[in-house]
Design a protein around this ligand. Structure first.
Ligand SMILES: Nc1ncnc2c1ncn2[C@@H]1O[C@H](COP(=O)(O)OP(=O)(O)OP(=O)(O)O)[C@@H](O)[C@H]1O
Ligand SMILES: [Mg+2]
Length: 298
């Protein structure tokens, strides 16, 4: 048999739901209703007066900034289409595009304008953007904006800010709060600021439980072990750590030929996925669970 022949799994139903870039299974981010409502309460003006207040959204890695904005942009597109309103919503990750030029190229392409990958100079991209903004309101979400906002040359965000009927949403996990923003950004963009707080242990569990249901075969991941993983991920303030521990624990159980995850699988997964100080207290909790299991004779 080939080394690459996929094996049928007794543990996983669909492990893709535990990938760090996977979208929420239900389409909508969980436990962020208040934040989504807050952001939407500003963006609503797009449909009323063609432009809304700029927003600057902060938050540590894994607090759901990208997923919340992608969801809201999707809702804006849906509402615009259903109500025949000329509103375009584009997303660009400046952490990937890096330079103002590629950021602008991605924005213009996101407006469904036909642009060659190379050959157009910046002024032509700007012209295309300005033409597009004549007959529609445009919302531009720039993720990981720290990659371009500190650059002195070609301050793209300020150019975009000067365009009529253009609204900006800027996202950052590096800038801790408004005091570390360049002065010019605050004074020129006048953005409404929002910080997404790290998930509590309970919220982390809600989000992880949704993934467990999609990713694992029914009954393979015991609830008490999910509590341990949720506690750890929430202490680390990064939901992605929760995903990787769940995934890793599943693989370890699979390698050991089990059809149900045991505490030692989670223990090994935590050891392989984290080097945090919190690890000791988690191990103590797992050991406690093991002792209780033994006492019950299971
Ligand atoms: N509220 C949520 N409901 C469901 N899934 C979530 C939620 N928040 C985050 N996730 C999932 O966690 C992962 C990380 O979320 P996301 O990429 O949005 O975080 P982020 O704040 O943008 O992080 P970074 O600063 O590193 O870019 C994604 O797979 C996302 O689907
Ligand atoms: Mg992000």
């Amino acid at each position: 048999m080939s080394l690459f022949q996929p094996r049928e799994s007794h543990i996983f139903k669909d492990a893709r739901w535990l990938q760090p870039l996977s979208d929420p299974p239900g389409g909508k981010p969980l436990c962020r209703d208040e934040d989504l409502k807050f952001i939407a309460s500003y963006l609503r003006d797009l449909f009323r007066i063609g432009q809304a207040r700029n927003l600057f959204i902060f938050g540590k890695p894994g607090t759901g900034k990208t997923v919340c904005i992608q969801y809201l942009l999707g809702e804006i597109r849906k509402y615009a289409e259903e109500n025949k309103r000329s509103v375009a919503a584009v997303y660009v990750n400046a952490g990937k595009t890096r330079t103002p030029y590629y950021t602008m190229l991605t924005i213009v392409k996101g407006l469904c304008l036909k642009v060659p990958d190379a050959g157009w100079q910046m002024f032509r991209l700007k012209q295309a953007f300005e033409d597009a903004s004549k007959d529609q309101a445009i919302i531009v979400a720039i993720d990981e904006v720290d990659a371009i906002i500190f650059k002195e040359k070609e301050p793209l965000v300020y150019y975009l800010n000067r365009q009529a009927r253009t609204t900006l949403i800027l996202l950052s996990n590096k800038i801790e709060d408004a005091t570390t923003l360049p002065d010019r950004a605050l004074s020129t963009l006048q953005p409404k600021l929002l910080r997404l707080e790290p998930y509590t242990a309970e919220e982390t569990k809600t989000i992880l439980a949704e993934r467990v249901e999609k990713a694992f075969q029914p009954g393979t991941f015991p609830d008490r072990l999910l509590d341990v993983v949720s506690d750890l991920a929430s202490k680390a303030e990064d939901i992605r750590l929760g995903f990787s521990i769940l995934l890793s624990a599943g693989f370890i159980a699979e390698e050991n030929g089990r059809s149900r995850i045991k505490s030692e699988d989670v223990e090994k997964a935590i050891k392989s996925e984290t080097k945090l100080d919190t690890i000791k207290s988690m191990m103590d909790r797992i050991n406690e669970l093991k002792k209780r299991q033994k006492r019950r004779g299971s």
